[in-house]
Design a protein around this ligand. Structure first.
Ligand SMILES: [Zn+2]
Ligand SMILES: [Zn+2]
Ligand SMILES: [Zn+2]
Length: 238
């Protein structure tokens, strides 16, 4: 966190050094990014991503959308619009916050996106199946996504029983866990552990972690079996 001198923010362990939450989902032929954070440009450079097929948005909070402008590099090299999947509510926010992208008379070189709605049904992006799952972030609806055996849930603190059924059977689930203390719109670590148990997933990873959770290595070593903290640049094979 900017201007913070706590033991996590001053740590030299790479696992304590976190950018904003986002994942890259990749098959042999298809590459999807979930959310374009304010760190999107650096995250794409760091992961050496040369081709992007689509962006999936979870919700419109700035820490999940602010990097959208940098999609323009993929437009330049791929010479095509990039597909951007979002809910109606997120689309409205994108149109407001990136009005120049949607203007009638566009300045040359601005992002070129193909905005698509996310329906209830499972859909395919290239060869990757995507199942949208509705979760709640206090009062804000957020989309979680299941990709085959892997489910990614961020910025949630409540999930209805019907939606939980869509997650069950996943082999790996990533769940947001902000800190130990309860929070108004995010799962705490113990709430995330309880949810992972309830979903009966063999392996859970926790993400969207605040510096308030404490040092990665210490917290990670105290977690029950089948549960780990995620860290930046982690690669998971499903
Ligand atoms: Zn700190
Ligand atoms: Zn949020
Ligand atoms: Zn967030």
């Amino acid at each position: 966190m900017i201007a913070c001198g706590c033991e996590v923010c001053t740590s030299t362990d790479k696992e304590d050094n976190r950018l904003r939450s986002s994942i890259l989902v990749q098959s042999e032929t298809t590459t999807i990014v979930v959310d374009t954070t304010p760190d999107f440009r650096y995250q794409m450079l760091r992961a050496n991503v040369h081709k992007l097929d689509a962006v999936l948005f979870t919700h419109q909070h700035k820490d999940h959308v602010a990097g959208l402008d940098d999609i323009r590099a993929f437009n330049f090299f791929q010479q095509e619009a990039i597909s951007v999947y979002a809910s109606e509510q997120t689309q409205q926010a994108l149109k407001k916050e990136f009005s120049y992208i949607f203007a009638d008379f566009k300045y040359p070189g601005i992002p070129d996106i193909n905005l698509l709605y996310i329906d209830e049904q499972t859909f395919l992006i290239g060869d990757i199946p995507v199942t949208p799952i509705h979760v709640m972030h206090l009062h804000m609806p957020v989309l979680a996504f299941r990709f085959g055996d892997f489910t990614y849930i961020t910025d949630a603190n409540k999930i209805d029983a019907v939606e939980k059924e869509k997650i069950k059977g996943s082999k790996i689930v990533t769940i947001n866990a902000l800190r130990h203390k309860e929070h108004i719109s995010h799962f705490s670590l113990s709430e995330a552990i309880t949810l992972a148990d309830e979903l009966q997933v063999p392996q859970a990873f926790f993400t969207h972690i605040s510096h308030q959770l404490g040092k990665h290595n210490l917290v990670n070593s105290e977690l029950p079996p089948g549960k780990l903290l995620a860290f930046d640049q982690q690669v998971i094979h499903v």
